[in-house]
Design a protein around this ligand. Structure first.
Ligand SMILES: Cc1cc2nc3c(=O)[nH]c(=O)nc-3n(C[C@H](O)[C@H](O)[C@H](O)COP(=O)(O)OP(=O)(O)OC[C@H]3O[C@@H](n4cnc5c(N)ncnc54)[C@H](O)[C@@H]3O)c2cc1C
Length: 407
């Protein structure tokens, strides 16, 4: 296959605009097709952009606008529902050059990525929900729900965990797994909590998990993970009103120490709940002229705090592979070979934390007893040791040539 000159990027969330910017650096023109009519769906919650994500954005020259919308978060303190301090852990790692992790509203990160891409002349078309794609005469032909079609040399699926591109690449590919948790979050002013800005407080409550951090302007950002063994039917959570959620959350956290119930009661905006999903291992990420990256390929649990960062790293490395390797098949194979071990390591870590969050009964008592002893070892191991450096210190050197796959 010849080197691609044009690309169709499906999905305008985080991986999509990042991929378009990386492709542009590699000399490939692309158009981003986003299903949502206005801007990409940003939902009300927030996320952490880890140091490795900031570093990947920096390769694209897109880090400053993104982090300007958030605040540095470096530490988290873990508590049991009884108010026992279980330990402290790094949220991300502060690198030697001072790069640190940030917390930012999902919608702000989406907007920043979108605006950066558009300011570089990249076209983002909204209201374009991909339905089908096929390879035709050495080109990819994409069809959208509004009847439009587009062609390009390659197609990059950045369409998230419920990807439409994934089953086009591999009709036998598994779909997302439900993690047994529902996520909700909110923002509230005027409630006093004893916490330093930039530190997360995570409470392994008796019945559910609660986390909060104070922004430098005093606003408290909180989230809750509610165990729900059966996967809710799609759309069913939207039918639950804010009042009903508030009442349920207050009940769930009523017996826990900490400010959860005060924060929930004082939150005046609508609460939107979403089920937490992860992606099982895909047999392959690419076929012919199409590939999936970001959550579409390897969504880790939100608990890992790495989904957005991995998506940005993917975009940068894919740009490099397409720049340096002859033809999309070799570029895609090398990309997957280089990326898969890292993505799978992060997924494994996130899944372990999810199990702790969903613990009830005896498992909860064992967790609360073991954690104070185990956590310092774990923190030293993950945050300060080699695994932490591998996770947070990961840097993609844009100028170094991408090495071809080695069997
Ligand atoms: C509650 C929650 C908390 C999280 N917390 C963190 C965190 O703290 N840190 C972190 O790094 N990550 C976190 N994540 C994960 C992170 O949000 C994702 O990993 C990241 O958004 C993945 O980026 P993406 O571009 O691959 O997918 P997405 O951001 O999901 O973007 C996919 C885009 O594709 C569009 N799309 C979908 N289908 C189509 C179609 N058929 N045609 C065209 N467009 C389509 C969507 O509208 C969307 O804009 C969290 C996720 C959740 C749900």
């Amino acid at each position: 296959m010849t080197d691609p000159r044009t690309a169709l990027v499906v999905g305008g969330g985080i991986a999509g605009p990042a991929a378009a910017m990386a492709l542009q650096k590699a000399g490939i023109d692309s158009v981003v097709y986003e299903a949502h009519a206005a801007s990409a769906e940003g939902s009300g919650t927030f996320l952490t952009l880890a140091t490795n994500g900031v570093s990947a954005l920096r390769v694209l020259g897109a880090d400053q606008p993104a982090i300007a919308a958030g605040f540095a978060t470096t530490a988290s303190v873990l508590w049991s529902g009884t108010g026992k301090r279980l330990g402290a852990a790094a949220v991300s790692m502060t690198l030697d050059d001072g790069t640190t992790g940030y917390t930012l509203k999902r919608a702000d990160l989406y907007k920043s990525m979108h605006d950066q891409a558009v300011s570089r002349g990249i076209r983002i078309e909204h209201g374009k929900r991909l339905l089908a794609a096929e390879t035709d005469g050495g080109m990819v032909l994409a069809r959208f729900a509004d009847g439009a079609e587009a062609t390009g040399d390659i197609l990059i699926g950045c369409d998230g965990i419920h990807s439409a591109v994934r089953p086009i690449i591999d009709p036998g590919a598994p779909g997302p797994d439900y993690a047994g948790l529902i996520n909700l979050g909110g923002y509230v002013r005027g409630v006093r909590v004893s916490a330093d800005p930039g530190t997360y407080h995570m409470i392994f409550g008796k019945r559910a998990f609660f986390g909060y951090a104070v922004a430098p302007d005093g606003e408290v950002w909180w989230f809750a993970n509610v165990p729900e063994p059966g996967e809710p039917a799609r759309g069913s959570l939207a039918a639950i009103s804010t009042g009903q959620w508030r009442q349920r959350l207050v009940g769930l956290f009523a017996d826990d120490a900490g400010p959860a119930t005060r924060l929930i009661e004082a939150t005046s905006h609508d609460l939107a709940a979403s089920p937490v999903h992860t992606m099982p291992r895909l047999p392959t990420w690419h076929s012919g002229r199409m590939i999936v990256i970001g959550d579409a390929a390897h969504a880790p649990s939100p608990t890992s705090g790495q989904g957005a960062s991995l998506a940005i790293e993917d975009a940068v490395l894919l740009g490099k592979c397409l720049r340096d390797l002859p033809g999309p098949d070799q570029a895609f194979a090398t990309f997957e070979w280089l990326r898969r071990p890292r993505a799978e390591r992060v997924i494994k870590q996130g899944a372990r934390i999810n199990n702790n969050k969903a613990a009830t009964g005896a498992a909860r008592i064992i967790r609360d007893t073991m954690m104070p002893a185990m956590l310092p070892i774990y923190v030293r191991f993950i945050a300060n040791g080699k695994p932490g450096k591998q996770l947070y210190g990961h840097h993609i050197d844009w100028d170094a040539p991408a090495s071809p796959i080695q069997e």
